[in-house]
Design a protein around this ligand. Structure first.
Ligand code: BTN
Length: 256
């Protein structure tokens, strides 16, 4: 298969944020496929204006510039596509099965192992989407106060992965998923693949925080645009397009 995305990697020893650098490059005319990788970030950013702790060589800090030409309705699926790509890259390189919490947290043993931050930017070449990925490679990759809710590949597998191999695989899985998303049945296939990798897709009791409102319900799958369907106690099915979702009970282990 010939991939439309032609990745090119720019590496930095230290940078404020790979997403910020990708934004600057996109505004300066960088083509789709430009990847920014840094050994450390001094202003790593997470969703909802949170900080992403990024000490040297402790995590994989990566961003890619995309310039989607497909209809805007498909754009929210870019985050879900990236989560599937991260899940596949971790399975292929570290033999690690991870969970995906809507929309974009990569979990292992119910703790956060990786996060995704997708941002859009107006550029002279049109709107660019910057997709940033942070993967905790070593124990020290996350702030000590997050010890109860975060984890790393080292903590779950007992060994530190080769970050270059993981990066290569990640770029391959992103290219493959991005290509697939552009096919006529891309959204349908992606929703199916995302649901197959996420314990949050169906029948999960969750608390949703969205638009300054908090409510609880049971997940009922995804809409074709990636919105999470949550059924409340009154039987209403609400569509969640932005916000935070928390699992109310830990997932039962299948061998219990
Ligand atoms: C989140 O879960 O809140 C998203 C975290 C995204 C972190 C990555 S690290 C590489 C890229 N550069 C950043 O500043 N943020 C993203």
């Amino acid at each position: 298969m010939t991939l439309s995305l032609q990745p090119k990697i720019l590496r930095f020893e230290s940078i404020d944020s790979t997403n910020l650098e990708a934004l600057r490059q996109a505004r300066a005319g960088a083509p789709e496929g430009l990847c920014i990788v840094a050994r450390e970030q001094t202003r790593g950013r997470g969703r909802l204006d949170r900080r992403w702790h990024s000490p040297k060589d402790a995590g994989l800090y990566f961003s890619i510039v995309l310039r989607p030409t497909f209809e805007l309705g498909r754009w929210p699926l870019i985050t879900l596509m990236t989560a599937v790509a991260v899940s596949d890259a971790l399975a292929n390189t570290c033999d690690l099965r991870v969970d995906i919490k809507w929309p974009n947290d990569i979990l292992c043993d119910d703790r956060k192992l990786a996060g995704i931050l997708a941002e859009t930017a107006e550029t002279e070449l049109g709107i660019a989407v910057i997709v940033g990925i942070g993967i905790n490679l070593k124990g020290e990759s996350f702030a000590p106060e997050l010890g109860a809710v975060a984890t790393s590949i080292e903590a779950v597998t007992g060994s530190i992965p080769n970050s270059d191999l993981l990066l290569d695989e990640l770029i391959k899985t992103i290219c493959a998923q991005y290509e697939a998303l552009q096919q006529a049945d891309g959204p349908k296939q992606l929703v199916r693949e995302w649901c197959a990798r996420s314990s949050y897709a169906f029948e999960r009791e969750v608390r949703v925080t969205a638009n300054q409102e908090v409510f609880e319900g049971i997940t009922r799958g995804l809409e074709s645009d990636g919105a999470l369907k949550v059924e409340t106690a009154s039987g209403n099915v609400r569509l969640i397009r932005a916000g935070d979702v928390t699992g109310l009970r830990p997932l039962k282990k299948t061998d219990e």
